[in-house]
Design a protein around this ligand. Structure first.
Ligand code: PLP
Length: 332
């Protein structure tokens, strides 16, 4: 029997729960979480909040729901948030804040390092005048396109937001990748923000779920919005158990993904490809996407475009296979 494993580099969302995670899910103590009675959900929310240095956490179905609940809590109808032009919260969430909250987005282009230029943000803040939406919130993303935002920038952004009277939200879908890349506890990054959303279903390997963290009062209000959005789940402890397992076992190992991504990047570079890599993502430049997908697919390596993502279901042999297959990209 020869079944060659497919190497799936399309995203770090493709990971499957391992046996130990499934065991934790099966063994989870549960209750009705809409009544606040699911002990495993409560443990996950508290563990995440504590780890990031916040008073409270809220377990939600997805990162999109987490960011949306945050936006609806920070902003009211006729308010505005500032986010990156290519930010998930602006571009990849179906315009949810406008659809459900009457909240206007104000996009600003990302700088090359994934930051937003604070002078550009300042220029985008609307004057206090009834012609304009009220600018309430600044959203950053970390990692942004695989880049960890520089720590000194976060400190400056926090001072800036405070001075301008804006709340500061972090879409930290891959916050732990940023923390591992910078060699600091995640709380050191999270501490600059009023609210932080983290995904359990990306590099951490859980099948479902994100956690939104903030002050107790903020999370109370966000919990209300979660219910309004249809996100009140019942015996969700079976899902939260996967998240707890992920937090306990899959954070420190993200460094291995970063190492393998670097190994992949240098192998591709040695074949003459133009690549960049900061955390768990390798960006392959200058190769037409359709050709890239086709060539790699033929070799049993799935990529969805120029972004190749390393995650916990990718091992050293997979990296070698992907690098070997990619050498064909340079021919003809
Ligand atoms: C994946 C992701 C999210 C959330 O996505 P969901 O698929 O809704 O969980 C949010 N922000 C960023 C930057 C992401 O990569």
């Amino acid at each position: 029997m020869s079944t060659t494993k497919v190497v799936d580099l399309r995203s770090d969302t493709v990971t499957r729960p391992c046996a130990a995670m499934r065991h934790a899910m099966a063994a989870a103590e549960v209750g009705d979480d809409v009544y606040g009675e699911d002990p495993t959900v409560n443990r996950l929310e508290n563990a995440c909040a504590e780890r990031l240095g916040f008073e409270a956490g809220l377990f939600v179905a997805s990162g999109t729901q987490s960011n949306l609940a945050a936006l609806l809590t920070h902003c009211g109808r006729g308010d505005e948030y500032i986010a990156g032009q290519m930010a998930h919260t602006y571009r990849f969430e179906g315009g949810g804040a406008a659809v459900f909250g009457g909240i206007q987005p104000q996009p600003v282009p990302f700088e090359d390092d994934g930051t937003l230029d604070l002078e550009a943000v300042a220029a985008a803040i609307k004057p206090d005048d009834f012609h304009f939406a009220r600018t309430r919130l600044l959203c950053l993303e970390n990692t942004q396109a695989g880049k960890a935002l520089p720590l000194p920038y976060l400190a400056r952004a926090a001072v800036f937001a405070e001075r301008e009277g804006l709340a500061l939200h972090l879409d930290g879908a891959r916050l732990f990748n940023a923390a591992i890349a910078e060699g600091v506890p995640a709380a050191e990054i999270a501490g600059h923000f009023n609210t932080v959303s983290v995904c359990l279903s990306k590099g951490l390997g859980a099948p479902v779920g994100s956690v939104l963290c903030g002050s107790a009062a903020f999370i109370d209000e966000a919990r209300r919005w979660r219910k309004v959005l249809g996100g009140g789940m019942r015996q969700a402890g079976v899902l939260a158990a996967a998240g707890l397992h992920a937090l306990q076992h899959n954070v420190e190992r993200l460094g291995e993904d970063h190492q393998r991504a670097r190994a992949l990047a240098s192998a591709l570079a040695s074949h003459g490809l133009n690549v960049t890599c900061h955390t768990n993502m390798v960006f392959v430049e200058d190769v037409p996407t359709a050709r890239m997908v086709q060539v790699m697919d033929a070799a049993g390596v799935l990529v969805s475009g120029s972004r190749w993502v390393v995650h916990l279901d990718v091992d050293d042999a997979d990296i070698e296979r992907a690098a070997g297959a990619a050498s064909v990209l340079l021919e003809g």
